[in-house]
Design a binder for this molecule. Structure first.
Ligand code: FAD
Length: 250
């Protein structure tokens, strides 16, 4: 099936959720015909035009909430200290209300399948929007834990989780500097008998460490594990995509 044409959406509002997380609401007439039910799915933001032999600059973001007239995207702010922010964060921080942007997608969410005995969820701030959507959708009786890496203690968010679910926040001011941080905590939580489902999305090296543990050491097969890298330290989204493809092929 042909990919739908990207739509033009308007920046309607900007909210600083926590020190390192900014929420943008995109909406306007371009929302006409936007398919329902894509919270947790993703869109592709076009941040620069392509040209002769040059691809457009595209960045991927999760739909944190979907409304009749708009979508909310939460941007983890990076690059404020040593390096420059990428084009996505730059746009998130500096675009004016009323500016427009071309938006491709939406693509499907990766939810937690119901009926498992235990859920183990791990991710950094780029995955927090998807994790929030997934945890909100859990049955009230669901059990498990989420380990979430944030840049500052104040980046914690109030997540709606069932009583039998624990959320552990791990602070690392330098994202990408400690690929084993999430894994160490997950190991510490231990393993239980029964059907476990693992959901992991983070920086490339962190995702690989978590995936090795859950797949190789704990034996979770494809039907019990979602593992995806959302970005790669030192690489922009385009070169990250190349590493991701090589990893998938391997
Ligand atoms: C399916 C999917 C859903 C995603 N959803 C979200 C989301 O909802 N919110 C969100 O914030 N991100 C999300 N991401 C991650 C986001 O697309 C990347 O972080 C992207 O690289 C940011 O683009 P940029 O233009 O700011 O930086 P780029 O130009 O891609 O990169 C510039 C530099 O910044 C570094 N960098 C990129 N991201 C980070 C980061 N998070 N922390 C530290 N350094 C970084 C790169 O390594 C590179 O050195 C998602 C990714 C995928 C694949």
């Amino acid at each position: 099936m042909a990919r739908p044409e990207p739509r033009t959406l308007t920046l309607n509002s900007r909210t600083r959720l926590t020190p390192n997380m900014v929420r943008l609401r995109l909406g306007g007439p371009g929302m006409a015909g936007f398919p329902a039910g894509f919270a947790g799915g993703y869109v592709k933001l076009r941040l620069g035009e392509g040209g002769e032999g040059v691809k457009p600059v595209v960045r991927t973001y999760t739909i944190r909430e979907q409304h009749a007239d708009g979508i909310d995207l939460d941007f983890a702010v990076h690059g404020s200290d040593s390096e420059m922010p990428g084009p996505a964060v730059n746009w998130a921080l500096n675009a004016h209300i009323g500016d427009t942007i071309l938006v491709g997608g939406p693509g499907p969410a990766k939810p937690l399948p119901p009926g498992m005995d235990r859920y183990l969820v791990a991710g950094d701030m780029t995955a927090l929007p998807a994790i929030s959507v997934n945890l909100e959708a859990l049955d009230p009786g669901a059990r498990g834990a989420a380990v979430i890496e944030i840049q500052h203690a104040d980046d914690r968010q109030d997540l709606a989780v069932p009583d039998g679910f624990a959320v552990h926040w791990l602070v690392n001011p330098h994202p990408g500097s400690d690929p084993e941080l999430l894994l160490r905590k997950l190991r510490e939580l231990g393993w239980e008998e029964g059907e476990t489902y693992g959901w992991v999305a983070a920086e490339f090296a962190a995702m690989k460490a978590l995936r090795d543990y859950l797949r190789t050491e704990r034996g979770l097969g494809r039907d019990r594990l979602y593992a995806s890298s959302y970005w790669k330290q030192g690489e922009d989204e385009d070169s990250h995509r190349v590493s991701k493809r090589a990893d998938a092929d391997a």
